[in-house]
Design a protein. Structure first.
Length: 106
């Protein structure tokens, strides 16, 4: 029984559409050929949804006895959990930043 190594943190950033070696940030409008912030968020949500769907599928297989290697479910479940926590943390930071901007006097 061989256990595959866990990928680096860059694998998570790739799941959210963020390139760790990006030379310039994505523009908000996306007029210069790069994907916009909304596209990046949409890709991240889609990635999160597919990760959770995979974990749910493996959980169903494990419950019905069709899954031979339970480690697959545990890895998928942990990956879905960490992705959800990361998404919630990013959302909380965005809300905090928005609230801080709204408190600024003009």
């Amino acid at each position: 029984m061989a256990i595959a190594p866990i990928g680096s943190a860059s694998a998570l950033s790739g799941a959210f559409g963020v390139s760790p070696a990006a030379s310039k940030p994505a523009s908000v409008s996306g007029t210069d050929g790069t994907s916009g912030f909304g596209d990046m968020v949409g890709k991240a949500i889609n990635s999160l949804q597919s990760t959770q769907a995979n974990a749910d599928h493996l959980a169903t297989q494990a419950a019905t006895g069709q899954l031979q290697d339970v480690q697959q479910y545990m890895v998928a479940s942990t990956e879905a959990s960490l992705s959800t926590e990361l998404t919630v943390a990013v959302r909380n930071k965005a809300v905090d930043a928005f609230n801080e901007i709204m408190r600024m006097s003009v």
